[in-house]
Design a binder for this molecule. Structure first.
Ligand SMILES: Cc1cc2nc3c(=O)[nH]c(=O)nc-3n(C[C@H](O)[C@H](O)[C@H](O)COP(=O)(O)O)c2cc1C
Ligand SMILES: C=C(O[C@@H]1CC(C(=O)O)=C[C@@H](OP(=O)(O)O)[C@H]1O)C(=O)O
Length: 396
């Protein structure tokens, strides 16, 4: 079982995570994790906070000489901004006379503020926003980076690119998925299409000027998945359901599509379902005529590339404040606004990769088990051989 918990407030001292179920002997070092943390901090449209933070991970347990011990791995990402928040976010009660009086009680539409204050009986929306903030996605990406190290042992690669920001659609459907993802890596908005890149940058600048924000859609692509992860036998074992839940757990994600997604509703079955072909010879394999299913059928991976998209709503903190209500006086006033991103779709696509990697690592652990990476690999190789034997051309 690969499972994890995260903890930490956005402006508190640090973010922490504990992961359980990383097989002993897996190579785990800070560099590949820090690389993912850096990717998450990037992207055009982010706010001033990213100039303060340089996210890096510190290990507190579970790793020795660069290899997993099989015990829980604890990782910490320190918040550099904490130095500026020691009073407002004081853990100790403040001395008499220095009590924080500036409680914020004007909820921002689109945030956790209102429901969180009602649910936890808070009078200060900071008590909600500190944990509901997407700052927590730094720990998710750190966990995802460990998941990627595991997946890489089995030749599984996870990548992403942005396909739409603020309604500006990015072309690139006809290019190889690996190439699209590689080209997007160098783009400030994570797109391979240079025309769209310029239009998107202009749209983000204009939104910022108007005090507004933008959302969009990103696509995560996974290559090298074995057939048969997940299962059709129970509702909560379906790979597509697990992936959708994982992506929807990211702050501001409002929709998820697998493969052709909502497009399946518009055309007949003959234009949706991916035909089978068989190619014999020494490298015998089943080939599909298309990949509209996006790599899953019947709640299982089908051996084709996984293609999954998520839609992000526009950032809800608007500098051109939306109408709100002071929850104490009931007066109509502008919503609370503080330093914020204008668009974080490129960053969210990196978080999306992490969530997808976590689900796939969980399913790989479930199917191939083992307490060490060697045991897990042996089980995987045996399954691979079974699939290859079932695929080989019949003799005679
Ligand atoms: C990477 C990332 C960065 C974000 N940055 C901000 C931000 O700077 N300001 C903001 O108001 N919301 C930001 N959000 C979105 C909010 O956290 C999110 O809209 C809020 O938690 C409520 O969303 P929900 O209704 O989906 O939970 C960000 C989300 C992500 C994924
Ligand atoms: C800190 C991060 O994102 C934050 C997510 C966020 C929110 O409301 O979700 C609000 C902003 O927080 P702050 O007011 O401190 O700038 C973002 O910067 C991060 O991604 O590292």
């Amino acid at each position: 079982m690969f499972r994890f918990l995260t903890a930490g407030e956005s402006h508190g001292p640090a973010l922490t995570t504990i992961i359980e179920g990383v097989p002993a002997g897996l190579g785990v070092t800070a560099d590949p994790i820090n690389l993912q943390l850096k990717r998450r901090q990037g992207g055009y449209g982010r706010g001033a906070r990213q100039k303060i933070e340089t996210d890096t991970v510190e290990f507190l347990s579970g790793v020795r000489f660069g290899r997993a011990l099989g015990s829980p791995i604890t990782m910490v990402v320190r918040n550099r901004d904490w130095a500026n928040w020691t009073t407002k976010m004081s853990i100790e009660p403040l001395p008499e006379g220095e009590q924080e009086t500036a409680a914020i009680n004007v909820p921002r539409p689109g945030h956790a503020d209102y429901a969180g204050m009602m649910k936890y009986d808070h009078d200060d929306l900071r008590n909600v926003l500190e944990r509901s903030s997407a700052r927590n996605t730094a720990t998710v990406v750190a966990v995802g980076a460990v998941a990627r190290l595991l997946l890489a042992e089995f030749g599984i690669e996870v990548a992403s690119h942005v396909v739409n920001i603020g309604g500006i659609k990015v072309s690139g459907d006809n290019i190889d998925l690996r190439q699209v993802a590689a080209l997007s890596e160098d783009s400030p908005v994570r797109v391979a299409d240079k025309d769209a890149e310029q239009k998107i940058i202009t749209a983000i600048d204009e939104a910022k000027y108007r005090g507004d924000t933008l959302g969009g859609v990103f696509e995560v692509v996974v290559l090298g998945l074995p057939v048969g992860l997940g299962s059709y036998v129970h509702w909560d074992e379906r790979i597509d359901g697990k992936l959708a839940q994982a992506l929807m757990s990211i702050q501001a994600i409002k929709g998820v599509e697998v493969g052709m997604g909502f497009g399946v509703a518009d055309v007949p079955g003959s234009q949706v379902h991916d035909p089978f072909f068989y190619e014999g010879g020494s490298d015998a394999h089943y080939r599909r005529g298309s990949n509209n299913a996006g790599g899953t059928e019947g709640g299982m991976s089908n051996g084709e590339p996984l293609v999954i998209r998520a839609a992000m709503k526009p950032i809800p903190t608007l500098m051109k404040q939306l109408p709100s209500v002071n929850l104490q006086t009931k007066e109509g006033v502008p919503a609370f606004a503080e330093r914020s991103d204008v668009c974080a779709v490129p960053a969210a696509s990196v978080v999306g990769e992490a969530m997808v990697a976590i689900v796939l690592a969980q399913l790989m652990r479930q199917k191939f088990g083992g307490d060490s990476i060697g045991q897990m690999r042996a089980s995987y190789e045996s399954y691979r051989k079974t699939v290859a034997d079932r695929t080989a051309q019949p003799v005679g």
